[in-house]
Design a protein around this ligand. Structure first.
Ligand SMILES: Cc1cc2nc3c(=O)[nH]c(=O)nc-3n(C[C@H](O)[C@H](O)[C@H](O)COP(=O)(O)O)c2cc1C
Length: 284
């Protein structure tokens, strides 16, 4: 196992003095959950980073880093036709639970991650950590967590609503070719804490923004995404053996959808109607 290497967009790969390496079976040795963030970067096995850092995608999509004022001729014109297409992208983005089994192209996945990495974040902290979950035992642990949590959630409803709940398909974990767990690195030093002294939750909200970016980017490739929150986050974090400073924000099922819809599944299956207040702009 080589030395861990962090790739910073627009910068030469970091070189570092040799560090003690962790004996790695799977992603991390069990004790790795005790690492501080900086320690993790020094000691985690290289595969932990390199498997999902889209190094080449970043280099090719972003081009050389630009600094200072742009030449205005570089700024693209987002015209009406682009806006129409963008509106279609938003309209057709659905939460998908039914996936075709075929794998998605690695380059498409990397391109979606690269776009997600351009998301805004508090103090430019970029606290998102995307983890692809390919290991069968880890996936099975997540499926088991979903089934336990879903049974508990169903039992919290009564009568007809409980019966209706049980008919809903609320995850495509077994079918989705790709699982992505998205964490917030609560110990990140990037951004030096700027912007979150009074509202620390902004760090997690920044990760939600990146998830949304990924979701829309994926749809533009014809790839469906389903967000699964009916999970025990501690159980998922333990099963994936990630650092203790990483807080689970989203667990995503990713793959090509079996079917396409313009309306949300929960509306289509009678769980709810529209919320008109959500469409309002309130004025003060
Ligand atoms: C934070 C969050 C958590 C979600 N968790 C689940 C989930 O556990 N299971 C599920 O079926 N859908 C989940 N969804 C998807 C929503 O049900 C879906 O976005 C909503 O019904 C609107 O449908 P649409 O995304 O197709 O527009 C989640 C969405 C968000 C944003």
């Amino acid at each position: 196992m080589g030395e861990p290497r962090r790739v910073v967009p627009g910068a030469a790969p970091e070189t570092r003095a040799p560090q003690p390496s962790v004996a790695a079976s799977g992603l991390h040795a069990r004790h790795s959950r005790g690492f501080e963030t900086q320690g993790l970067q020094a000691a985690a096995p290289a595969a932990f980073f390199l498997r999902f850092v889209p190094e080449q995608a970043r280099e090719t999509a972003r081009g050389p880093p630009r600094r200072g004022t742009c030449d205005l001729t570089d700024v693209p014109a987002f015209d009406a036709s682009f806006r129409e297409t963008l509106a279609e992208l938003f309209a057709w983005r659905r939460d998908v639970r039914r996936f075709r089994p075929e794998p998605i192209a690695e380059s498409d996945l990397r391109a979606c991650l690269d776009l997600a990495h351009r998301s805004p974040s508090v103090g430019n902290s970029q606290p998102w950590r995307f983890v692809r979950v390919s290991d069968a035992a880890r996936r099975a642990a997540v499926v088991a967590s979903f089934e336990r949590c879903n049974r508990a959630a169903a039992s919290a409803y009564a009568d007809e609503r409980a019966a209706l709940y049980r008919t809903l398909k609320l995850a495509g974990l077994r079918e989705a070719p790709v699982h992505l767990a998205v964490f917030c690195d609560e110990a990140t030093g990037t951004g030096h804490g700027l912007g979150r002294a009074t509202m620390p939750e902004m760090l997690r909200y920044s990760v939600v923004g990146a998830v949304q970016g990924f979701w829309l980017a994926a749809r533009s490739f014809g790839i469906g995404v389903g967000w699964v929150s009916i999970l025990d986050p501690d159980c998922v974090s333990r099963s994936l053996d990630v650092p203790t400073s990483w807080h689970l924000v989203a667990y995503l099922c990713v793959g090509y959808p079996v079917e396409e819809h313009l309306d949300p599944e929960l509306v289509r299956h009678g769980w709810q109607g529209p919320d008109l207040e959500a469409c309002c702009l309130f004025e003060r």
